[in-house]
Design a protein around this ligand. Structure first.
Ligand code: ASP
Length: 738
């Protein structure tokens, strides 16, 4: 060991290692203090050292002093929570929170209110001495503060006798409420100031960049987030027969169905993909002998965004081994009922569910009677196919198609003929109707039943067809989702009944909705807005089943990249429904029904799942011979094939969209109202301004290159401006019989 002389300014002393740091102009070095005396001397020298000019001026600054003081503040001993134990009365307590109100009664008497956030519990502070009143005066509202003082019963001079009576009565009990106590302040410390220029308040409209203020001050957002937290806790408890297992977020790209986000790595040409769902991992867990899996899983999909979509979202993801789809549906139904049992109440924002099992509806029925694979059972009137009644001349008026399917929807609104006529005229000339009028299969035909007119307003049908139409309606059977009253209305014609006709190509159903299904929903919403229908706040749950296993490719969704011209409707791991459906794979794959079930409530698809193909050879057959995927893309699933080939048990599962579940339970249309930091309709997080441009160094590190002309500057968009834009294009619906 060599002994070296060194000189410099003493900087630091580290007690645990008995070392000190000295610095010279150019560098610094650590000294190992061999004798305790040397070490002690270092400490003395440090204390004695004069601060430099620079440190002195900063150390005098208000922010420095305020920050330094926070180290001396006592830890809180008093929670702003109800009820308050009586034993704390007359004791010294320290409470922390935001200073939300100051009332100055005189120089020597101030009241203040301490709160931990909008709508949360608060406690009153009373300041009677010059020092605490001065401290309070110096603190801006909404700053974070700490108050130390004595907890006393609240004293209200004006009705003192009453208060004393309450106090006496309460003191006899073990608990008091926060409203009955106050803190007689001895010291008040500002922990962090609320800047002068921050706009705030319950009515303030916050920019997305101020989401933290919105969460603090907007009671409904705050309550939604706290509600979500409660549901999460309850869901975990309710699903305790499942094992909660985390799966990787850094996955790899596989052609499962949705477009993925890639995560470049420093290894040239290699990327992870974020999971569109933990689907493959949870199936591998089934092969691993985990019988019941659950995860509150983050999922990522690079899709076009809509009001109820986010590029990242949360699922309650489930999988069960040794079961069929039916078992999963029953377990999930039990879970949803338990949630409502816990959180729903009559006359509240969340009403109890109707008794009995959830409705079951086949995909074809949903599409033909509701025009949607996620039916909203609140919409009155079912869609009926009526092309056998429509005269040639009327067909030609509503479509150019030679052999179309013509469907009709009849609805009875709360209004007479005139009211309904003017409602539908207004709707048809509104921008909302434009896509329906421009339908390439023909615009909608509209009639209002009017007994005072020739053929009761059905004159475009002609006498014979009008009679046939009424006869057809009068014989319609009652559907399980209809009440007796709905059925009575649906099978009769009355003054003001609105009848909408719509033609479509004569093809099997495919996809999520028909034009008439969309129009039905739009008219329903418009009628509600015009108060021509009573709103129904009940949640009508149903299972939609018997989806086609495959759907023709639409050129938008990536599918499985096979060459068959169709892709898996749900995902390529979904099993055919029956043994007969298995055989159909060989002859007519587009006719195969899937053991796929969607959980739907009031027009929202809340979840979806399926029984899985647990045989490796069958899985490979479907991918290779039915979907006609390339060898290369099939190789992406090697891990899954390996798992399935290890005696994988039959299994089935489902995922519930958790953001949507909370949005539905809170009665909001947008998942953004129940997510703390949501992305906007362009996928941007305007609070943190993500995504951000990748800089040159990062491009290099990840072996990336920006192709000239493709750079998209990150602009601060005004929140959701595109969604709010009003379209004022003129309308040209076929108003027949009006
Ligand atoms: N992984 C599927 C999805 O995200 C759900 C499932 O089939 O369990 O939609």
């Amino acid at each position: 060991m060599a002994v070296l002389p060194c000189a410099g300014r003493l900087l630091l002393r580290c007690n645990t290692r008995k070392v000190a740091q000295i610095s010279s102009r150019q560098s610094s070095a650590w000294l190992l203090c061999q004798s305790p005396k040397w070490f002690h001397d270092c400490g003395r020298r440090l204390e004695a050292e004069e601060p430099t000019k620079e440190t002195k001026s900063v150390a005098d600054a208000a922010f420095w002093q305020e920050y330094r003081r926070t180290y001396d503040v006592q830890s809180p001993t008093f929670d702003l929570k109800n009820p308050v134990p009586r034993s704390l009365l007359d004791r010294k307590v320290t409470a922390v929170g935001f200073l939300v109100k100051i009332i100055r009664l005189s120089d020597a008497l101030y009241f203040a209110v301490l709160q931990q956030g909008a709508g949360l519990e608060s406690v009153q502070i009373i300041c009677r001495d010059p020092q605490t009143t001065k401290s309070l005066e110096d603190i801006r509202l909404h700053s974070a503060i700490s108050v130390t003082g004595t907890l006393v019963p609240k004293h209200k001079p004006k009705n003192a006798s009453k208060i004393r009576a309450v106090h006496k009565q309460e003191v006899e009990k073990d608990w008091m409420s926060l409203e009955q106590v106050e803190i007689f302040a001895e010291s008040i410390t500002c922990l962090s100031s609320f800047s002068r220029d921050i706009p705030y308040g319950p009515q303030h409209v916050y920019r997305p960049s101020n989401r933290h203020l919105q969460i603090r001050f907007d009671l409904s957002l705050r309550n939604a987030l706290l509600f979500r937290s409660e549901v999460t806790k309850f869901a975990r408890e309710e699903l305790k027969d499942f094992h909660e297992i985390e799966t990787p977020i850094l996955f790899k790209s596989t052609p499962e169905g949705a477009r993925e986000f890639l995560v470049p790595t420093r290894k040239a040409g290699f990327a992870y993909a974020l999971p569109q769902s933990p689907q493959q991992y949870k199936q591998m867990l089934m092969a691993s002998g985990i019988n019941r899996y659950v995860q509150f899983a983050r999922c990522f999909r690079d899709e076009d965004l809509r009001a109820d979509r986010q590029p990242e979202f949360t699922q309650i993801d489930l999988e069960m081994a040794w079961v069929k789809g039916e078992d999963v549906m029953q377990r999930v139904e039990k879970f949803i009922k338990a949630l409502y049992g816990k959180f729903a109440e009559p006359d509240s924002f969340l009403l109890p569910l109707r008794d009995g099992p959830f409705y079951r509806m086949k995909y074809d029925t949903a599409m033909s009677h509701h025009g949607s694979d996620k039916p909203d059972l609140r919409i009155p009137g079912l869609i009926q196919r009526i092309d056998h009644i429509v005269p040639e001349q009327l067909r030609k008026m509503i479509t150019h198609l030679e052999n179309p399917i013509i469907e009709a929807w009849k609805i009875r609104l709360n209004g007479n003929t005139k009211t309904v006529q003017s409602f539908i005229r207004k709707f048809m000339s509104s921008p909302a109707a434009e896509p329906f009028e421009n339908n390439v299969e023909g615009g909608p035909g509209v009639c209002v039943f009017d007994p005072s007119r020739p053929l009761e307003g059905l004159q475009t049908f002609g006498f014979e067809a009008a009679e046939k139409l009424k006869d057809f309606y009068s014989k319609l059977p009652k559907e399980p989702v209809q009440t007796a009253e709905d059925h009575k209305i649906g099978t009769s014609f009355d003054e003001g009944d609105l009848l909408i006709l719509q033609a479509r190509e004569n093809l099997p159903h495919s996809g999520g909705s028909t034009a008439l299904g969309k129009l039905r929903l739009a008219i329903y919403k418009a009628a509600l807005a015009e108060k021509l229908l009573e709103p129904d706040y009940t949640h009508h749950y149903l299972w939609v089943t018997d989806f086609p296993l495959f759907t023709l490719e639409n050129g938008v969704d990536p599918g499985q990249e096979g060459t068959a011209g169709f892709s898996a409707t749900h995902h390529p791991f979904t099993a055919p429904k029956t043994a007969a459906d298995v055989d159909l794979l060989l002859t007519d794959p587009l006719k195969v029904k899937a053991d796929h079930y969607d959980l739907v409530v009031n027009g929202v698809e809340l979840g979806g799942g399926s029984r899985r193909i647990h045989s490796v050879d069958m899985q490979k057959f479907i991918m290779r011979d039915v979907l006609r995927m390339s060898k290369e893309r099939m190789n992406d699933f090697t891990h899954l094939f390996r798992a399935l080939s290890a005696g994988c048990p039959p299994h089935a599962g489902l995922a519930i969209g958790f953001d949507r579940l909370i949005a539905v339970m809170r009665g909001t249309d947008s998942v953004r109202d129940v997510i703390a930091f949501p992305k906007n309709s362009k996928g941007d997080d305007l609070m943190v301004m993500s995504p951000r441009l990748v800089n040159e160094a990062e491009l290099g590190r990840y072996h990336l290159q920006v192709i000239p002309g493709d750079e998209a500057p990150l602009e601060e968009a005004s929140a959701d401006d595109a969604e709010d834009a009003e379209d004022t294009a003129p309308a040209n619906a076929l108003l027949i019989g009006l």
